[in-house]
Write a protein of this length. Sequence first.
Length: 271
Amino acid sequence: MTTKFSGSQIVKTDEGAVNARILAREAKVDFRRVEAASIKVVTRLTSAEGKRLFVRFFSTLQLNAHFISVLARTRLDSDDVAKVEAAIKARIDTVAEALNKAIDGAEALFQANGITSAATYDTQALEIEVGIISSTGRRYLDLIGKLDQLMPLLQTLEIHEVISTQALDIQRATLKRQVRDCANSARSLATGLRRRMNALAAGASAAGTGPSAQAPTGEAAHGADDAQALGEPSQLVEGDGIPAGDDEPADLVVEADAPGADKSEHPEPDS
């Protein structure tokens, strides 16, 4: 005789506790002096990797990008700042291309092996309204979304033994590191610009050429005050507790690889 169970649950499922733990580790950044308008977008992330990268790095990247695009222009040459902006966006675009290729490759393996549906998560999705204040922030949020889309595809392929567990771990770790390094690169570049601004201010004070050399006026003064209030990027807008490092050059840096970027993985248990 077959016994049927209706409405019975043999395992406990998440009811929001996982998201609460992830949000508790969110990087705390201060947006009170950021007077930029923002586009409000409801973001929904389902994978553990997408959730954690979002809460640890998205806001810090946005604040660093704002510092570079708005505050650095009050003291530095706009062309130099534009080079830094272009370097950050180029890095994000490179990682986005890698993620697109990985998604296409996973979908091709689905088709070749007759897999018709992807694995889904039993933990609750993280759904949150995000304020996007720049095109750099929009690109980075899209990047995290692509990673979030790829993760269950790779997990599905591993469950069906199309790829090995080792291959899954390597690809997951590599892509997570690349997404994280975009934010770390923006942080390092913001720190370099801040040091150039401090050097210029110190030089003007040493020259002693009068009040006009020491006190900017109008919009530049307002931006300079905000830059001072925000403090050193290396102290304020870190992601995931990673120090900026004191050996970064004060000169303008536009290389793709940030000098202070953390290359290691930090596994975090879900329990």
